[in-house]
Unconditional design. Structure first.
Length: 402
C-alpha cells in the first residue's frame, strides 16, 4: 500500500483538475502525465511530463487555482509536497533569488504555451528538477520511514554511561536503529538527516520518547537499578522549536510515572531550529521542570559555543573525534582539557563519547573528566541485556566481546 506521501496512478487517472485548490505539488518518480486545459468544451493539450518533473508548484506560488488538468498516460508514481512546505522553503531563500523566481513565475503565468489537439501530439517537457534522482530518493526514504514506524522496523538500543572513577553505570543513551526490509540496516546518520530535511523527524522523535520512557520505567522497577539512573534521548533542533513538544514530553513522562529529572535531552546540531522564540520558551520550560539538556557531539559544529551562551545546559558531550584519541594526539588532548575546564566553570557535567581503550580511560581520568560512554565499557545493547548488566554490576560488555 502506498503511503500518504506516495500516490500511484493508472492510465486515465486524474491527479488534479483545472480550477482545483492548490494543496499539494507533486514530484513524478516513474511514469508520465499529460497537462491539458479545456477551451470551448475541447481539450487543449499543453505538454507531457515524466520522471524527475515537479508539477503543481506554480499555482501554489501564485496562490491561483489549478491552471490545467493533469492525467496519467502510463502507470505513474508521484510524491506529494504540501503547499505549506513549499511556501516555507520559498520564504527561506535569499531575497534576491526569490525576486528572480517571482519574475520567472510572472513570465510563466502569462506566456502563451504551445497547444495540441491530442495527448500524443503534446510536447514532452524536460525534467524540471536538478538532481531529480536524489530528491526522489529522499521522498522514497521518507515514505519508508513513516511506513517503517507503522511496521515496527525501528527499535532502540541503549549504551550505558558510566562514572569514570569507578565504572559505575549512572544512565544510558537511547540510540535508534532501522532494519529496512530491503536496505537492511540503514545508518542513523543517513535516515536522521533525511527525516530532518523532509519533516518526518517529528514522528521519529516521538517514537524514541515513547519507547525510551517505557523502557526506563521497566528498568527503574529493577531492585538493582542505581538511584538517579537517567535516560538520554536525542532530539533535533526542529523538535525543540516546534509547538506542542513540551506537552507531548510531559504527557509521556506522566504516563510512565517518570519525573523530568529522569530524562536528559541531547540536542543535535544537524538541523537549524525553525522557530527560535518557541525554542527559547521550550528550553526554559524544560530547564525549570528539571529536565537535563545537553549538546551532542560538542566541539564539532560551528555554533556550539553560541549554544553555551544561549541554552540552559546541564551537560556537554565531547565528541569521539577528540575524546577517542586524546591519549595520543596532543591537539585533541588540549581540546578535551579545555572543554573539561569549561564544563567545570559553567557547572555542567562533561561526558566523553567514543571511549574504546584503557588508554582513553586513563587520559580522561587524569584530565578530570567525570563521565564516559563507549565500547571499552559497553556497546549499544537491547533492553534485555541492559537489564542484565544493571542487575549484575560485575557484568561487562566490551569491545572484545562485541
Amino acid at each position: 500500500m502506498p503511503s500518504v506521501l506516495e500516490l500511484r496512478l493508472s492510465p486515465g487517472d486524474i491527479l488534479y483538475r483545472e480550477g482545483d485548490d492548490n494543496e499539494f505539488a507533486y514530484v513524478i518518480e516513474t511514469g508520465a502525465v499529460v497537462l491539458y486545459r479545456t477551451e470551448a468544451g475541447q481539450r487543449v493539450y499543453v505538454e507531457k511530463r515524466g520522471a524527475g518533473s515537479i508539477i503543481g508548484e506554480l499555482s501554489i506560488l501564485t496562490s491561483q487555482p489549478r491552471a490545467v488538468t493533469v492525467e496519467a498516460v502510463a502507470p505513474t508514481t508521484v510524491y506529494r509536497i504540501s503547499a505549506d512546505r513549499i511556501r516555507r522553503r520559498f520564504e527561506e531563500i535569499d531575497p534576491i533569488l526569490r525576486a528572480c523566481i517571482d519574475t520567472s513565475i510572472n513570465f510563466a503565468s502569462t506566456f502563451t504555451q504551445q497547444k495540441a489537439r491530442s495527448a500524443a501530439d503534446a510536447p514532452v517537457a524536460a525534467s524540471t528538477l536538478r538532481d531529480a534522482g536524489k530528491l526522489i530518493e529522499e521522498f522514497r526514504l521518507e515514505t519508508d520511514i513513516l511506513r517503517g514506524l507503522d511496521r515496527e522496523e525501528f527499535s532502540l538500543l541503549f549504551q550505558p554511561i558510566v562514572e569514570l572513577s569507578d565504572s559505575r553505570i549512572v544512565g544510558c543513551e537511547a540510540l535508534m536503529r532501522w532494519r529496512h526490509p530491503v536496505l537492511d540496516n540503514v545508518s542513523p546518520e543517513h535516515f536522521i538527516r533525511i527525516a530532518e530535511k523532509t519533516g518526518s523527524i517529528k514522528q521519529l522523535t516521538e517514537f524514541a520518547i515513547i519507547d525510551g520512557c517505557a523502557t526506563l520505567k521497566r528498568l527503574k522497577a529493577l531492585d538493582a537499578c542505581p538511584e538517579g539512573f537517567f535516560l538520554s534521548i536525542n532530539v533535533s533542533g526542529k523538535d525543540i522549536g516546534r509547538r506542542g513538544f513540551i506537552d507531548f514530553l510531559g504527557f509521556t513522562l506522566e504516563a510512565n510515572d517518570l519525573s523530568p529529572e529522569d530524562v536528559k535531552l541531547e540536542i543535535t546540531e544537524t538541523a537549524l531550529i525553525p522557530d527560535v522564540a518557541i525554542a527559547d520558551k521550550n528550553l526554559k520550560q524544560l530547564h525549570d521542570l528539571g529536565c537535563g539538556i545537553s549538546i551532542d557531539d560538542f566541539g564539532t559544529g560551528h555554533s556550539n559555543f553560541a549554544y553555551l551562551k544561549s541554552l540552559p545546559l546541564t551537560s556537554l558531550k565531547i565528541d569521539r573525534a577528540f575524546a577517542g584519541d586524546a591519549h595520543s594526539n596532543p591537539v585533541s588532548q588540549s581540546i578535551v582539557k579545555l572543554l573539561i575546564k569549561l564544563g567545570k566553570d559553567l557547572d555542567v557535567d562533561i561526558i566523553a563519547e567514543g571511549v574504546e581503550t584503557s588508554d582513553d580511560v586513563a587520559t580522561l581520568r587524569s584530565l578530570g573528566c567525570r563521565f564516559a560512554q563507549g565500547y571499552y565499557y559497553h556497546k549499544p545493547i537491547p533492553e534485555s541485556e541492559l537489564a542484565s548488566v544493571i542487575s549484575d554490576p560485575g557484568a561487562r560488555l566490551n569491545l572484545a566481546s562485541a
